[in-house]
Design a binder for this molecule. Sequence first.
Ligand SMILES: [Zn+2]
Length: 101
Amino acid sequence: MYGGTSGYYEWINYCPNCGNYDCLLLNPKGTVEGELSCAICDSDFDGCTGADKHADGAWGWLTPYTPEPPQKSVNKTAPKSETKVEKYQRLFREKEAEILS
Ligand SMILES: [Zn+2]
């Protein structure tokens, strides 16, 4: 994923103009918004909006990258001190998180 270093947004490493993945390069021009360039079709994208900077107007936009929620750490060895009530509460929280996700 690129874009994180610009301090603004992160984008899926996918070029909408040529339809290739893993082709975006952080532009070495050092623009403040963190421009991204496609290594294959040479499109430039704005690091803030994800908009294609084509001279005729934006042809496409990058797809915002939404991080996956961190995986629940499954503690296979339940702490010895866990009581029935604590276990119930833990299971309830897990179920609740499942429903809310
Ligand atoms: Zn491209």
